[in-house]
Design a protein around this ligand. Structure first.
Ligand code: CA
Length: 234
């Protein structure tokens, strides 16, 4: 029998934690939980979880710090943050620490399950695309090892960033819209009405890594009204 998908829920509020356990057991997942940041980190590092649902406000160690430490230990661990506020600041901070996605509290269970499935679908999909991406003479990206070099500097990438680059590289003859990136890279179904801000945040992060001058992109260019295009030649 195929092993069940394992989810770790790190959430200190008892009612929400129990609600989440019920939801994911009902959907056939194997569930483990932690009620504070420290035990959450221990469990996350000790067990092989397919996905971690991580609350931001936690006693002991908050979700941001936990996410940060977990990323250092395992750059590929899928993480979805549960943010208490809808404010940009928390979302941007979570995504820049390497969370794969976020869900704002109070969340709808249906939306949460969709996002969990989308992240799992993406991380389980074997990648048949380029292992190395070269941008002019300036930058190389090693997609297998999530590393690279630009202008003599060593770079580290998240799985999501590399997935975006691989998709843009495979389609570099044309601009790719934000909606297409959400569908193909994030694995969202079409017409969910999801915000495209997530894509822009990741593009900005990539430009800071790949571009000699992020304010004047040479490689990861914006095509007005159409999306983004990766220009692999100078
Ligand atoms: Ca909390």
């Amino acid at each position: 029998m195929q092993r069940k998908t394992r989810i770790l829920i790190v959430e200190d509020e008892v009612a929400i934690r129990h609600g989440l356990i019920d939801v994911f057991l009902y959907h056939g997942y194997e569930v483990d939980t932690a009620a504070d940041g420290k035990s959450g980190l221990e469990k996350a590092l000790g067990g092989s979880f397919d996905l971690i649902l991580l609350d931001v406000m936690l006693p002991g160690m908050d979700g941001f710090e936990l996410c940060n430490r977990l990323r250092v230990a395992d750059p590929e661990q899928p993480i979805i943050m549960l943010t208490a506020k809808s404010g940009d600041e928390e979302i941007i901070r979570g995504l820049s620490l390497g969370a794969d996605d976020y869900v704002t509290k109070p969340f709808s269970v249906a939306q949460l399950v969709l996002r969990v499935k989308a992240v799992l679908r993406r991380t389980n999909a074997g990648s048949e695309t380029a292992h190395f991406i070269r941008l002019g003479d300036y930058c190389t990206v090693d997609c297998l090892n999530l590393s690279g070099q630009a202008g003599g500097e060593t770079l580290a990438f998240t799985r999501r960033e590399v997935d975006m680059l691989q998709y843009l590289s495979a389609n570099s003859a044309r601009p790719v819209s934000r909606e297409e990136l959400l569908t193909k890279v994030w694995g969202y179904a079409k017409n969910l009405g999801l915000e495209t801000r997530t894509v822009d945040i990741h593009i900005a992060k990539l430009r800071r890594k790949l571009e000699p001058d992020p304010s004047q992109p040479r490689f990861l260019v914006t095509i007005r009204g159409a999306g983004y295009r990766l220009q692999t030649d100078d």
